[in-house]
Design a protein around this ligand. Structure first.
Ligand code: NAD
Length: 296
């Protein structure tokens, strides 16, 4: 049994924290949202007074927060993790963040003999609920090994991708870039087929068994978009954030990403049109606006 802290109990962090609890670990949690805190308290976790207090009680502190800016504030700000964390502890940031943020935090906390792993996850809110996530981890190999059992509570697919704490963030930003290209491309293809009078369900079934397959046609269209559910649990605000971080990473690498620039602009327009709280799957509605079914 490990004393674990978990800060950020949203669509991802809530279920991940629950899996750690179910695995028998001693859990202390915190979130700004009282309902999120209460749900974990009901499940058997202790609720900390804030990030510093959570860290005081924990050998390993997990974060699942919206943005790198919030991670920085929660770790290094007033009453942050830094103020409470003990020497020898490990900080695991599962947030989709930038490599630079994770590396800066790792450098700051190294003075306190704390090791930082950047350990973002993929698999969506349903993967978090089912405990079927993939995690891609950067940082000290010994710290990775020490945390493997904790990762196994929610991620059957685990990769140590490099020794630098930001390496996992690089892989995650590249993964989400591919995921968004797939979502936008599939939206255009299905909307164009609908305009030609074809059945979206049949088209998506064909694409998912043909060379056009990707996560959008295999999962998002059949399970979310075609049944009109639009509750993937990944907001437009997070989609916009991730493509912003990808573009920032590409710019810092001095690498042209032509499709990336186009998709980033499209996601900006979609977020302005649909709002940040809309679900990412609603990108399809946005694309449909300019590929309306033909009246001819
Ligand atoms: P979410 O918005 O559902 O949850 C974030 C939680 O953080 C909320 O409960 C919020 O109250 C809390 N929070 C915000 N600021 C805080 C602060 N200062 N102190 C304490 N708590 C604070 O987001 P999510 O969908 O759970 O995503 C979390 C992270 O995981 C993001 O970085 C996201 O990009 C990434 N991610 C999300 C998905 C997905 O499908 N939702 C998949 C993979 C990765």
């Amino acid at each position: 049994m490990v004393s674990v802290g978990f800060i950020g109990l949203g669509n991802m962090g809530g279920p991940m924290a629950n899996h750690l609890l179910d695995a028998g670990h001693d859990l202390t949690v915190y979130d700004l949202d009282p309902d999120a805190r209460a749900a974990l308290e009901d499940a058997g976790a202790a609720v900390g007074e804030g990030p510093a207090d959570v860290a005081t009680h924990s050998e390993v502190v997990f974060l699942s927060l919206p943005t790198p800016e919030i991670v920085r504030a929660v770790v290094l700000g007033d009453d942050g993790v830094e103020a409470g964390i003990k020497a020898g502890a490990i900080l695991v940031d599962t947030t989709t963040s930038t490599p630079g943020t994770t590396e800066d935090i790792a450098a700051t906390l190294a003075d306190r003999e704390v090791t930082v792993l950047g350990a973002p996850v993929s698999g969506g809110a349903s993967g978090a609920r089912d405990g079927t996530l993939t995690t891609m981890v950067g940082g000290d190999p010994a710290a990775y090994e020490a945390c493997e059992e904790l990762f196994s509570a929610y991620a059957p697919n685990r990769y140590h991708v490099g020794d630098s704490p930001g390496d996992g963030n690089v892989v995650k930003l590249l993964n989400n870039y591919l995921s968004f290209l797939g979502m936008v491309g599939a939206s255009e293809a299905v909307a164009l087929g609908e305009r030609a009078g074809l059945d979206p369900e049949t088209m998506v079934d064909i694409f998912s068994r043909s060379t056009g397959r990707n996560a959008a046609v295999e999962d998002k269209f059949p399970n979310q978009i075609i049944p009109g559910r639009y509750d993937l649990g990944f907001s437009m605000a997070l989609m916009h954030k991730d493509i912003r971080l990808f573009s920032q990473f590409a710019a810092e690498s001095d690498a042209p990403v032509l499709l990336g620039d186009t998709v980033a602009n499209m996601i900006s327009y979609a977020k302005a049109d649909l709002g940040g709280d809309a679900d990412m799957s609603e990108v399809y509605k946005f694309v449909q606006q300019w590929i309306e079914p033909s009246d001819d």
